[in-house]
Ligand binder design. Structure first.
Ligand SMILES: [Cu+2]
Length: 123
């Protein structure tokens, strides 16, 4: 009986943590029409992004510019609505809090697709 209760408490705690994390990520970035102070330039080739980590400053609008120099790639950044590719390659957003967010290729581009990951660090 005690074990069962402990398990229930543990699962509930885990669920709360997961939900909280998701909500936090979703609220970090907001699209803005304010002039950008930084640029987040991401260049994709077969099969990698040009940097393992990208950094932007919290509270300063930044413009995302995505370019695919080789192959057909797209990019999705955790917490930022939509994705970027050749025809839709830019957006200006602002981050409200620091954190680390995953960057992934969202177009099934070939053998190295699963290795196409990077990080966006908001500092
Ligand atoms: Cu890919």
């Amino acid at each position: 009986m005690k074990k069962w209760f402990a398990l229930l408490v543990a699962s509930a705690a885990m669920l709360i943590t997961l939900t909280a994390c998701g909500a936090e990520t979703a609220n970090t970035f907001a699209e803005t029409k304010d002039p950008a102070k930084q640029e987040l330039k991401i260049i994709a080739t077969n099969f990698q992004f040009d940097q393992p980590e990208y950094r932007v400053k919290q509270g300063e609008p930044f413009t995302i510019n995505f370019e695919s120099k080789e192959g057909v790639h797209g990019v999705r950044i955790e917490g930022i609505d939509g994705s970027f590719n050749k025809s839709n390659n830019t957006k200006t957003v602002v981050a409200s809090k620091p954190g680390t967010y995953s960057i992934i290729c969202n177009i099934s581009c070939g053998t190295g697709h699963s290795k196409m990951t990077a990080k966006l660090i908001v500092e």
